[in-house]
Design a protein around this ligand. Structure first.
Ligand code: SF4
Ligand code: F3S
Length: 148
């Protein structure tokens, strides 16, 4: 079962569950269950924007707003490499409860903000704002970042 084929199927079936029967071998029938998921950035990123995450992403799917980043859910290949890189613990898998809102939030802004692949300095109040609650209501900006 070629990786390229799996990737192409993934692109067309993001968010769904499916079963693939591979009959390419006479000796075996291979059943593969795959749940397509993504990682997302939540409001813990807001007003911090450490950007450690962008350097490890193999598919460059982080997008930059004025004071947070988002992940494009259709581009993320679910490798999980970015999750432990975030000092603010803002990157979560969408398998956790009540993540639909954050998947759509990430999708919405990743389609209008520029891609970011290079780490830059965190926002000036990053350490002070880390762990604060209610950041979406208090600080979120829809404005794009500079990207880069
Ligand atoms: Fe990129 Fe992997 Fe993180 Fe998805 S899980 S955003 S592909 S590093
Ligand atoms: Fe935001 Fe964490 Fe990346 S704070 S910019 S998700 S490293």
């Amino acid at each position: 079962f070629k990786q390229k084929t799996a990737y192409e199927i993934r692109l067309s079936l993001v968010g769904s569950e499916m079963c693939i029967r591979d009959r390419s071998s006479n000796a075996f029938e291979v059943f593969i269950w795959t749940y397509f998921m993504t990682y997302i950035v939540n409001d813990s990123c807001i007003a911090c924007k450490y950007t450690d995450c962008v350097e490890v992403c193999p598919v460059d799917c982080f997008y930059e707003g004025e004071n947070m980043l988002v992940i494009h859910p259709d581009e993320c290949i679910d490798c999980g490499v970015c999750e432990p890189e975030c000092p603010a613990d803002a990157i979560r898998p969408d398998t956790e409860p009540d993540m639909e809102k954050w998947v759509e939030f990430n999708r919405k802004y990743s389609e209008v903000w520029p891609v970011i692949i290079t780490k830059k300095d965190p926002l000036p109040d990053a350490e002070e704002r880390e762990g604060e609650t209610g950041k979406l209501e208090k600080y979120f900006s829809e404005n794009p970042g500079e990207g880069g």
